[in-house]
Design a protein around this ligand. Structure first.
Ligand SMILES: Nc1ncnc2c1ncn2[C@@H]1O[C@H](COP(=O)(O)OP(=O)(O)OP(=O)(O)O)[C@@H](O)[C@H]1O
Length: 254
């Protein structure tokens, strides 16, 4: 995969023509999108639309054809600035590790892989845990937390990394309303501080309240842009099919 030709930094991430096949399944078919710096984008689309594959392709976790650039250069060069929170189901939660150690993993680019974890680094990780309300759980095993608590810890790891581009795969899956609201307020404050947030999101009823922009995909990009212009009944019907009875967009945008 090659770097795209984004000369400026107005786009934190630019993706052109991502195509990926898992054996006989065409998961991505020329997906193209731009993510302006300081924006908060929901990637939406039906099950199996390639949303997770899209994020993994951007990160180079799976090999796709196409061009991706982050902050105007190759993604590999920008990796210290990119934090990834995977789907909960993709994580081995039985791995014996404490909450604080998971968050400290976010700091390894500062310490180096074999670097010493000093008091300053631990304080930095504890501050990230405090930001998501999980400081009292630092010594617990990660497997001994609820789903929502685990999700908060992974967000804390991303915060500890000090990234300014956040890729989150269904950050609200299986979390309660209080945790969802805590996570969204952390994400909005990161965005307000200039970070770029990209989240795979399933709940169409919260898209307008949570996000500035939408990328609607089904293997390829069907629509992208500001929520008010892009998140329309017609675009949703194209992505999800006419069986989508709910009109989550309200009346004004359609
Ligand atoms: N490792 C894999 N091997 C084979 N096929 C895969 C693999 N991962 C995903 N797929 C297939 O690729 C397609 C896209 O999957 P992906 O997980 O990216 O979709 P998604 O939009 O994130 O789905 P969901 O909303 O259900 O999480 C699906 O048809 C899926 O079955």
């Amino acid at each position: 995969m090659q770097a795209g030709g984004d000369a400026g930094h107005r786009c934190a991430l630019q993706v052109q023509g991502l195509t990926l096949r898992y054996n006989d399944v065409l998961a991505l078919d020329g997906a193209t999108a731009r993510f302006p710096t300081g924006s908060m984008t929901a990637i939406i689309g039906p099950n199996g639309a390639g949303k997770s594959t899209f994020l993994k392709s951007v990160l180079g976790l799976v090999e796709a054809e196409g061009a991706v650039s982050a902050f105007g250069g190759p993604v590999a060069q920008a990796m210290p600035r990119i934090a990834y929170v995977p789907q909960r189901a993709a994580v081995d939660w039985s791995f014996p590790v404490r909450v604080i150690d998971v968050v400290l993993m976010g700091c390894y680019r500062k310490t180096g892989l074999l670097g010493r974890i000093d008091r300053r680094m631990t304080a930095h990780a504890m501050a990230a845990l405090a930001r998501v309300g999980m400081q009292d759980f630092a010594r617990r095993q990660i497997g001994a937390l609820s789903g929502g608590q685990q999700q908060r810890v992974f967000l804390a790891r991303a915060l500890a990394q000090g990234a300014d581009l956040f890729l989150l795969d269904e950050p609200f899956a299986g979390v309660d309303a209080a945790t969802e609201s805590a996570i969204i307020s952390v994400l909005k404050s990161l965005r307000d501080g200039g970070a770029t947030i990209i989240a795979v999101h399933h709940d169409l009823t919260t898209v307008a309240a949570y996000f500035d922009r939408v990328v609607l995909m089904n293997r390829r990009t069907l629509a992208e842009g500001p929520v008010a212009e892009t998140f329309t009944r017609d675009a949703l019907a194209q992505a999800y099919g006419p069986a989508l009875m709910l009109d989550p967009t309200g009346s004004s945008a359609v």
